[in-house]
Design a protein around this ligand. Structure first.
Ligand code: PLP
Length: 227
């Protein structure tokens, strides 16, 4: 049985080291513990050891677990969201990191009402056909379209790196997102403010931190392998 506490300590050391190597401050990095497939009792354990933000991929799983967690934990949706589940997602999550189509943006804008939900635009930086996300070359235009959807609050960009051991390809993917993040920051779209650059998972967060990520999403390195 893996010790969540030990895993978190090791992870913090690695984050600290990666930050030191690239002249970053640890305090600017937000850790999102990805809890898909993890039982509430183990999520609570991670929270006891200092986890403040969690990420889930599926609405139904989040619905069954979130009522068992303390109110103050910040909840991120990191998996693809179907338009017909927007209403449920808005009830559950503090941030939706997987805004990946205009249709979904329209759906969220229509449903969000008074509560503006923070969103990240997911970009498919690897070009892998199995991944969702806006194409890099269409991302800035997509953000310009968000200006008309006044119930949205876009706070940054998110990507999932390519599934490969080719470190150059992973770095290239993260660099693409970083460049878009900087260009988007200069766009001046009223409801888009580039605060969060969400990239890096258990196998590639050190590269992501070197490439400027300020939000990493970590599952396996905290909770062990999923079944
Ligand atoms: C599962 C998942 C993660 C965490 O992956 P690990 O490799 O277990 O750290 C991060 N982001 C997204 C979008 C995920 O689906």
């Amino acid at each position: 049985m893996v010790s969540i506490r030990t895993n978190l300590e090791r992870l913090q050391e690695k984050i600290a080291l990666a930050c030191r190597k690239s002249g970053r401050k640890e305090s600017e990095i937000t850790l999102v513990a990805v809890t898909k497939g993890v039982e509430p009792s183990r999520i609570l354990e991670a929270i006891d050891y200092g986890v403040k933000e969690i990420g889930e991929n599926r609405i139904q799983e989040a619905e069954s677990k979130f009522s068992l967690l303390p109110q103050e934990v910040r909840r991120h949706l990191v998996g693809h969201l179907q338009t017909n589940k927007v209403k449920r997602a808005l009830k559950l999550f503090d941030m939706i990191q997987s805004l990946d189509s205009l249709k979904l943006a329209l759906g969220i804008n229509h449903r969000s009402g008074e509560k503006k939900v923070p969103l990240l635009v997911e970009v498919n930086t690897s070009g892998e056909a199995t991944k969702t996300g806006i194409r890099p070359e269409e991302t800035l235009d997509f953000l310009r379209k968000m200006a008309e959807l006044e119930n949205l609050k876009v706070l940054g960009l998110m990507t999932v790196g390519p599934l490969t051991s080719d470190l150059t390809a992973i770095r290239k993917s993260f660099r693409t997102l970083r460049n878009l993040f900087e260009q988007a920051g200069r766009l001046n779209v009223s409801n888009c403010k580039m605060e969060y650059l969400s990239m890096g998972m258990s196998s590639d967060f050190e590269i992501a931190l070197q490439e400027g990520s300020n939000m990493i999403r970590i599952g396996t390195a905290i909770f062990g392998p999923r079944n």
